[in-house]
Structure formats: structure tokens, C-alpha cells
Design a protein around this ligand. Structure first.
Ligand SMILES: Cc1cc2nc3c(=O)[nH]c(=O)nc-3n(C[C@H](O)[C@H](O)[C@H](O)COP(=O)(O)OP(=O)(O)OC[C@H]3O[C@@H](n4cnc5c(N)ncnc54)[C@H](O)[C@@H]3O)c2cc1C
Length: 352
């Protein structure tokens, strides 16, 4: 299959060729009407054709001198000229304004993307960057949704979900996945073994949650480990959208301080949020002088940092299953509605 650039080349080549052909037809017809024969012009300097008397070169200069305003008007009104001008305008528009590309993701088709960069961000977690076919391409993932990644491992096709940290409105030509490697994990380990240039198979978008700036007045986010990926996407989209007034409070739990993922990015967003976005970190093993939470996330911390259930709010959660079970219990005791087994966008408590 030709790619976008090859299509563009073929199109511009055909248009240029078509325009030149039409213009040559028109010039030929115009000159013939004035009894000037192109064949004689082309044969200047070659032996004379007795059938066609040689044309004097000076007659071209005479022709230019006698070219009147009426001739110009007649020229621009000819169908060939109008068709040529129309084609030229289409070609110009296409070349100048075809920068926005169609989304690359397709929910019904597996697509392959090569790894172009791997950045280790904690002892067991890395950001994997995959390139799209063109540097102008957008991935096509609505904010809050995720993708499926599939790989053949020991003869079996295995599939897992991942949430890119990149956003269509800011990131063109690539997408990033923040992935924690589990020693005995299937797909996460497969990622850790990828070399630059290796491809992964991806399908999407998937998922019931799509963020927009009118969704709710207050967002309460509870994340553990790589569960920060969907949260980061939503926070980033909301904070850089100046028409978005949603307040966002995040509780982010990890084992050690070096496990806190995207910390600089989250703090940058906090400092640029004009008070709209606040973070409370919780660590199992805090360093001396730690000011955040210690141990597991408690019911009191949920009550303090999350918007109360009687407000226009939504609670979003993503993290390891044991942590999510504990959070559901806290929320239940605080009178939030229980999340469904498979969450829906309309739910007040949404579990990714
Ligand atoms: C909507 C959605 C979005 C997700 N987004 C991301 C993301 O952006 N980044 C990311 O890293 N993950 C994300 N996940 C989790 C991801 O889909 C996989 O579950 C994870 O990478 C483990 O898959 P695996 O095939 O390596 O391990 P599996 O083959 O499923 O598990 C094998 C073994 O790995 C270990 N293991 C696997 N998962 C865990 C865990 N959570 N805690 C402790 N041990 C574990 C256990 O030892 C387990 O027995 C997301 C999940 C969902 C549902």
C-alpha cells in the first residue's frame, strides 16, 4: 500500500502533467488559429519541409507585440485555461493545507508500529515511544480511552490494555506508553525485550470513558503505580484547556519515592493550573522528612482529598486490584455509589 507521501507525489505529478497537457493544447489551438504552426517553430534550424513553409522567428515577437487585451480576455475564458486554473488551485490547496492527517488507529484492524525510543523512568518502568507512519499523523485516541496490544508469546496470542500518555492535540507522529515490567508478566515483559525498530500490534480506541470539559465540575482521581497513565492524559487535556473549569484532586500511591511516575510532568501541571489541580502522594516506604501520606491510602485521606459525593463530581480509579478493592470499600463507607463491574461514562465512580 502506498503511504500518504507517495499518494501526494502521484497526485501532484498527475496534476502537473494534466495542467501542462491542457496548456499545450490551448497554446497549439491559439497559435493555429493565427496561422502559426508549432511544427515549423520546432523545426527552426532543421532542413525545410517543402509541405510546410518555414516560419520566420520574428513572427513570434510580432505575435507578442500584437497580443491585445481582448486576446487575454479570450484566453482566460477558454475551457482549457479554466480547467488548468481549477486543477492548479486544487493542487495548491492540497499541498498547502493537507497537513492535518486522518487518525491512524482503527478499532477493527490491528496496526503495527515500530519502537523508536525507550526511556527508563524508574527501576522497573519505562516510556516506550512508537512512531506513526508520518510525522503529521495523529494517533486517534479520545482522552480517557485506551488501546489493546497483542503479541504472540509461546505460540499463544496474548492481549493487554494500555493507556498512552500522549494526546492527539499535542503529540503528532508518535505515541508513548508508560509500562511497568513484571518479571513473570507476559506483555509487559515482551515490551521490556523490544529493541529499537521492533514492532508492536495495536488496535483501538477502546473503553467507556471519554473526557470532555463539560463532563463534571469536580474530578477526584485515585491512582496506583502505572494507573497514573489515564489520569495523566485527562489532567493534561483539562489543564491546558483554558475553557475547562473542572477542579481536579489526585491521590497517587506508590511503594517507594523513585516509583512515582511522571512526577515532574504532574508538578508542572499543578503549577500551571491556577489552583485547579492538586496532588497528594502516598508512599509505602517514605524517605526521611516525607510530607505526603504513609502506608496504604486511608478512608480519611479519601474523605479529605476527594470531592464529596453530594457534589457535581466523578471519582476515577486505576491501579493494582488489591488497592482498587480497598478504595471501593472506603468509597462505600463514605456513601459514594458502588462502581459497576464494567464502568460506564455516566457512573459517579468509574474504575478503569
Ligand atoms: C484500561 C487499562 C489500561 C492500562 N494501562 C496500563 C498502562 O498504561 N501501563 C501499564 O503498565 N499497565 C497498564 N494496564 C495494565 C496492563 O494491561 C497489564 O495488565 C500489565 O501490563 C500486566 O500484563 P502482563 O501481560 O505483563 O502480565 P500478566 O501476564 O497479566 O500477569 C502475569 C504475572 O505478572 C504479574 N503482574 C501482572 N500485573 C500485575 C499487577 N498489577 N500487580 C502485581 N503483579 C502483576 C503477576 O506476577 C502475574 O502473575 C492497564 C490495564 C487496563 C485494564
Amino acid at each position: 500500500m502506498p503511504n500518504h507521501n507517495q499518494y501526494l507525489f502521484l497526485l501532484s505529478f498527475s496534476l502537473t502533467f494534466g495542467i501542462l497537457l491542457l496548456v499545450s493544447f490551448w497554446v497549439s489551438a491559439f497559435l493555429t488559429a493565427r496561422d502559426i504552426h508549432l511544427r515549423n517553430l520546432i523545426l527552426i534550424g532543421l532542413p525545410k519541409d517543402p509541405q510546410h513553409p518555414e516560419m520566420d522567428v520574428h513572427s513570434i515577437q510580432d505575435f507578442i507585440k500584437t497580443f491585445t487585451q481582448e486576446d487575454a480576455i479570450a484566453l482566460v475564458q477558454t475551457p482549457a485555461f479554466l480547467a488548468s486554473a481549477g486543477l492548479a488551485a486544487v493542487a495548491f490547496y492540497w499541498l498547502a493545507f493537507s497537513g492535518e492527517r486522518k487518525p491512524v488507529l482503527n478499532p477493527n484492524e490491528w496496526k503495527e508500529f515500530p519502537l523508536v525510543l525507550k526511556t527508563q523512568v524508574s527501576p522497573n518502568t519505562a516510556i516506550y515511544r512508537f512512531s506513526l507512519p508520518s510525522s503529521k499523523d495523529v494517533f486517534g485516541l479520545p482522552v480517557g480511552q485506551h488501546i489493546q496490544v497483542s503479541a504472540e508469546i509461546n505460540g499463544k496470542d496474548i492481549m493487554r490494555s494500555y493507556t498512552p500518555t500522549t494526546l492527539d492535540q499535542f503529540d503528532k507522529g508518535h505515541f508513548d506508553l508508560l509500562i511497568k515490567t513484571y518479571e513473570k508478566g507476559n506483555i509487559s515483559r515482551h515490551f521490556s525485550l523490544l529493541k529499537i525498530g521492533d514492532r508492536i500490534r495495536v488496535k483501538g480506541p477502546k473503553g467507556a470513558f471519554i473526557y470532555n470539559n463539560k463532563l463534571t465540575g469536580h474530578l477526584g482521581l485515585i491512582a496506583g503505580g502505572t494507573g497514573i497513565s489515564p489520569m495523566y492524559q485527562i489532567i493534561r487535556s483539562s489543564i491546558w484547556d483554558h475553557s475547562d473549569a473542572t477542579t481536579i484532586n489526585l491521590i497517587y500511591a506508590n511503594v517507594n519515592e523513585e516509583d512515582i511516575l511522571l512526577r515532574d510532568e504532574l508538578e508542572h501541571l499543578h503549577h500551571n493550573s491556577a489552583g485547579r489541580f492538586n496532588i497528594f502522594y502516598v508512599l509505602n516506604n517514605p524517605p526521611p522528612g516525607w510530607k505526603g501520606g504513609v502506608g496504604f491510602v486511608t478512608k480519611e485521606q479519601v474523605a479529605h482529598y476527594m470531592p464529596s459525593q453530594d457534589k457535581d463530581c466523578k471519582i476515577l480509579m486505576c491501579g493494582p486490584p488489591p488497592m482498587m478493592s480497598a478504595m471501593k470499600k472506603h468509597l462505600d463507607e463514605l456513601k459514594y455509589p458502588a462502581p459497576r463491574t464494567v464502568s460506564k461514562l455516566a457512573d459517579q465512580v468509574f474504575l478503569f
